[in-house]
Design a protein around this ligand. Sequence first.
Ligand SMILES: [Zn+2]
Length: 158
Amino acid sequence: MSRQIDAAALLNDWVLVHEMTHLALPDIGAEHGWLAEGLAVYIEGVARVQAGNRSIEDVFSEEMHSMPRGLPAPQGAGLDQDHSWGRTYWGGAMFCLMADVAIHQRTGNRLGLQDAMRAVLRDGSTNHRARTVTSVSWPPTMSGRSKKTGKSSSTRHS
Ligand SMILES: [Zn+2]
């Protein structure tokens, strides 16, 4: 990190939050990279709104603009097979948004994707390599255990 960076630049930077989100997820295999990137893209916005350094309007505006990039092409492949940039980052983020909404709906707004991620951390954060997820099911099931800059940016590549 540059010594010239200031506090305002750190508050407006999405990269640090995105990369820290990756640290919270065990290795899930290259074919599920869309989930790792989708979680990082989706959670970055949510976390920065919760921290007060990004407006919810800015996050929704970016998602409305960018999530369509994650839609499959006609007769396109699923997220496990299509490793294009749009499908990986924004298709993954769209999956996470839908999972978050579904979890909220099924739990009467008691739980969300953040609770699911907290459960992942509780179960395996200290030993990432020991836990490898081999499949992702949709719709998500509940186990009973309890979820750039300040301007919109369309470049996601980490
Ligand atoms: Zn990433």
